[in-house]
Structures are given as C-alpha cells and as structure tokens.
Design a binder for this molecule. Structure first.
Ligand code: ADP
Ligand code: UDP
Length: 239
C-alpha cells in the first residue's frame, strides 16, 4: 500500500504529527521551531528540522541494527519521517553519564561530575507541570505502564547508552545525558520520538565545549552549526 499523509493530529513544540492512510503508521514533520523551559521560549532556527530529521534517522537505524526496536521506518523527505504509530507512555526516560542540567540544580553537584555507573531517571511528560520527576512505583499506580514495561524501558535505555556512548566517543565527543520516549506497538515496547541534539547533551571530549541544545538554553550561539558539527563527527550524512 502506498502510504499517504493525511490530517494533522498533533502539533508539538518541535514536531507535527500526521495520520496516514494506514492506522499503523504516522508521519512526523521536524520543524525549525526550537523551544526551551517547557515551551516558555520559542525561536525558529534555520535548518534545524532537516538536521534533526537526518540525525535522528541515522541514530535510529544504528539502534535498529544493534537489535533495539525503534519506530523508524523510512526518511520521506528533508524534514519528514515515516514511523510506526505507538501508544506513547507519558514518561521521559533519562540516562546520565555525567552530571548536568536538572540533576546539578537539584543536588548542587558540579557540572561534569562522572556518574559511575550511569544513572537513570523518569520524568512525567507534562509541560504545564514542568515535567516533574516520578518513579516506577508511581508510574504503575497511575496506570501509565506495567512493571514489566518499565523494566524493559530501563534495560533498553541502558543498552542505547552503551551503543551511543561508543559512537560519540569515536567522534571525540562525550554523551553527557539523553532523554528517550517509548511507546507500545502491538504489545511490544518500542523506542519512539527522536534522538537528536535537542534531547541530549554532547560535549567535546577535550575542550568540554557544549554542542547540544544547551547552546540555545544558555544563549551560547551557533546552535545549528554545533548540531552539524556533531553530525559530521559521528558520520551522519547531511546532504
Ligand atoms: P512535545 O509533545 O514534547 O512538544 P514534539 O514537538 O516532539 O514534542 O511532538 C512530537 C509528539 O509525538 C510527542 O508528543 C511524542 O511523544 C509523539 N510521538 C513521537 N513518536 C511517536 C510515535 N511513533 N507514535 C505516536 N506518537 C509519537
Ligand atoms: N530533556 C529533553 N526533554 C525534556 C527534558 C529533558 O529532551 O523535556 C533532555 C535534556 O536535553 C537532557 C536530558 O534530557 O539531555 C536531561 O535533562 P535535565 O533533566 O537535566 O533537564 P533540563 O536541564 O533540560 O531542564
């Protein structure tokens, strides 16, 4: 069956989600909109949609090749991707190799402190509440996921970390932390959403220069140029 894009069903902060003529598939459109602080600050950054679409396609295919099931089906255009339609679980799964961001603020740690072994946190995906931290117990009690699904999400998040830490390391980069979202597809836990510099922290190994969305959050400039530098250093084809 030829997949056709149909109506817009959701416009998020960075992506628009379209139904298709097949109930099992969606089309995600990566826009140039860039937001921070749970949508409080929004700007358009030229080329971001394309760069993140290509970055995400590259990472998702690497993960699929390593045996992690993802929603990625096919890159359709510069800024669109065909994905499996998941029943999303409303928690953000964060793996951290080094302290940064909310962890530093919460515990007063020094940014860059190594976390050995890497740590794992869950946040409720709710902009109005500021994505509060939650845990497995609450996620089960509130019916967001089963204990088995949550255990799978944690194991998969750590596997993703092992695969990607190595990939970034080979490009002279540190994978500081990242966020994943999972959903259910025909009773299986599948990795959804995106993996791009918008949802992770990546530093140069030698200089510790930030090359991710913190450049936007902290108004450091050269946001997309930095995303492109990371892409080039890990071998993402940008043209
Ligand atoms: P947000 O909702 O945080 O503003 P986006 O702008 O990235 O984020 O919007 C994309 C939305 O699509 C997110 O809510 C995400 O959970 C959802 N999503 C991502 N992948 C899938 C998928 N495969 N199936 C269903 N929903 C998905
Ligand atoms: N993150 C994300 N979306 C969110 C919250 C966090 O992609 O809604 C990513 C963020 O880019 C970082 C990691 O998850 O790579 C950990 O974020 P943290 O808890 O430190 O929150 P922040 O400092 O971004 O508020």
């Amino acid at each position: 069956m030829q997949i056709e894009k149909q109506k817009l069903i959701y416009k998020g902060k960075a992506k628009s989600v379209y139904e298709t003529n097949d109930a099992d598939y969606l089309i995600l459109h990566f826009r140039d909109d860039t937001s921070a602080f749970n949508g409080e600050r929004v700007e358009q950054l030229g080329r971001k949609g394309q760069v993140n679409n290509r970055f995400n396609a590259f990472i998702m295919q690497k993960l699929d090749a390593a045996g992690i099931e993802t929603h990625f089906e096919q890159q359709l255009s510069d800024d669109e991707v065909l994905v499996k339609r998941l029943q999303m679980i409303p928690v953000e799964c964060v793996v951290r190799n080094f302290a940064a961001g909310s962890l530093v603020r919460r515990l007063g740690l020094e940014e860059g402190q190594a976390l050995t072994p890497p740590t794992y946190e869950l946040f409720f995906k709710d902009d109005a509440l500021g994505d509060p931290m939650v845990n497995e117990s609450l996620s089960i009690s509130l019916g967001w996921a089963t204990a088995e699904q949550l255990a799978q999400m944690q194991a998969l998040s750590y596997q993703v970390n092992d695969i990607l830490k190595k990939l970034f390391d080979e490009g002279g980069l540190m994978l500081v932390d990242f966020k994943l979202e999972f959903g259910v597809y025909h009773d299986r836990i599948v990795l959804g959403d995106e993996f791009s510099p918008d949802g992770c922290r990546i530093w140069d190994k030698d200089t510790k220069k930030k090359l991710d969305k913190d450049r936007f959050r902290q108004s450091l400039g050269d946001v997309i140029e930095s995303y492109e530098e990371v892409a080039q250093r890990i071998g993402v084809p940008l043209n």
